[in-house]
Design a protein around this ligand. Structure first.
Ligand SMILES: Cc1cc2nc3c(=O)[nH]c(=O)nc-3n(C[C@H](O)[C@H](O)[C@H](O)COP(=O)(O)OP(=O)(O)OC[C@H]3O[C@@H](n4cnc5c(N)ncnc54)[C@H](O)[C@@H]3O)c2cc1C
Length: 371
């Protein structure tokens, strides 16, 4: 249906209110989704996608759930958006609105990858940087009109979902270069500690990681170089480079972790605890056995626990899944990349190269001679 002009005014007003009062919001997009091949209205449970269950003169009432919502219990507002495009007949599912975290009828079930009760020195990253994800359950939650940004216009459901998907992916791509550099650095330090850094095979592995890190940076730079500025002055990185880089990073991230583990060796998961190291009875033996080279045994232990926490424990598992799924899985990145890719131009080039479809075959350019 035709978009109501008041939505735009409400969105701007909401943004201004958030800016003025320093209000933090979640992006509550991903629905429970039930059976993936069925449309929202064909699910066994109609609440597998958030939907409007009642329309009143002063607002709407919504039910359903949103999953995996980053920081949900920490923010003031849950900004609910459709998870994908909706078709005619799915008007109740084409809903966007903002719901205060303490709204009546909203329950949040939290998960966390925070280490539970162990010595935080073994979890140098995850004890500081963990973030809860919430399962939001909306049970007949009333949303006043001024907080409703879409209600029933199926043709606009996807544009909201896509707009936010871009920022979710952008976040991942923006950090991918520095995260990859950190992996390269960790691998190089581990190699130094075991005296393997000059071995040809280890240098080969490090070059592979360096190429990965460089390509991650290149993808981000291309996305920013081709960014566009909309009428409100908001700068948007180029979608095609964001989705292609996100895909590339997720595709190879696991391989980079494998290389890191290969270089680290088994101590990565069998290193003694820091408490053992400090123990009066056995500490001296540990210092002796883990010493050598330019680093102390304590430095080596710290590095090993850091890498284990980052890549081979609860938080590492969370990162591995998040790399491929947050901002949409690989399937979504392929879809978005192809949508923005100029396939017609690629076909035209191919027709010209072959000399078919009315194109005259061109001699290969001299620059393409293989040397
Ligand atoms: C740490 C973390 C934080 C997140 N934070 C947020 C957040 O703040 N807000 C938010 O909204 N979401 C968030 N997400 C969710 C994230 O966006 C989703 O995980 C992602 O969109 C994939 O959805 P899914 O997990 O339901 O997997 P699915 O979409 O179910 O994908 C799983 C598999 O099913 C396949 N599949 C899916 N649909 C179909 C179909 N129709 N036909 C055939 N095969 C299909 C996929 O190709 C894939 O192989 C977060 C996820 C993680 C891991």
């Amino acid at each position: 249906g035709k978009l109501r002009s008041e939505y735009r005014d409400r969105i701007y007003e909401f943004v201004e209110t958030c800016k003025a009062a320093d209000v933090r919001c979640s992006e509550a997009i991903t629905d429970a989704k039930g059976h993936r091949r069925r449309r929202p209205s064909q699910q066994d449970d109609p609440d597998f996608y958030v939907r409007v269950v009642d329309r009143q003169s002063d607002g709407i009432v919504i039910s359903g759930s949103k999953m995996h919502i980053t920081g949900a219990p920490l923010v003031h507002e849950q900004v609910v958006l459709p998870t994908k495009s909706m078709k005619p007949g799915e008007e109740d599912y084409a809903v966007a609105c903002s719901v205060p975290t303490n709204a009546e009828g909203l329950t949040i079930v939290n998960t966390t990858n925070a280490p539970r009760g162990e010595d935080t020195r073994h979890f140098p990253i995850s004890h500081r940087t963990n973030m809860p994800e919430g399962l939001l359950i909306f049970d007949n939650v009333f949303v006043p009109n001024e907080r409703v940004f879409l209600d029933g216009e199926t043709s606009h459901a996807a544009s909201l979902a896509h707009a936010l998907g871009l920022w979710e992916r952008t976040n991942a791509v923006a950090y991918s270069g520095s995260s990859a550099d950190r992996l390269v650095g960790l691998a190089a330090l581990l190699a130094e500690m075991s005296g393997a850094s000059e071995r040809a095979d280890v240098r080969d592995l490090l070059s592979e990681m360096a190429i990965f890190a460089t390509m991650c940076r290149a993808g981000w730079e291309a996305a920013m170089k081709n960014a566009t500025i909309n009428e409100d002055g908001t700068l948007s990185p180029a979608s095609i480079y964001i989705s292609a880089s996100k895909y590339y990073n997720a595709e190879l991230h696991g391989k980079m972790i494998d290389i890191l583990h290969d270089i680290a060796g088994a101590l990565l998961v069998t290193a003694p605890t820091i408490a053992d190291f400090e123990n009066e009875e056995i500490g001296a033996d540990i210092r002796e056995q883990l010493g050598g080279g330019d680093y102390t045994a304590e430095e080596r232990l710290k590095l090993l626990h850091y890498v284990r926490d980052l890549t081979a424990d609860t938080y590492g598992g969370w990162i591995a899944v998040t790399e491929s799924l947050a901002g949409g899985g690989q399937y979504a990145q392929r879809l978005v990349t192809l949508r923005h890719y100029d396939l017609n131009e690629a076909k035209r080039l191919a027709r010209r190269a072959v000399g078919i479809g009315g194109e005259v075959a061109e001699a290969p350019a001299s620059a393409s001679v293989v040397v």
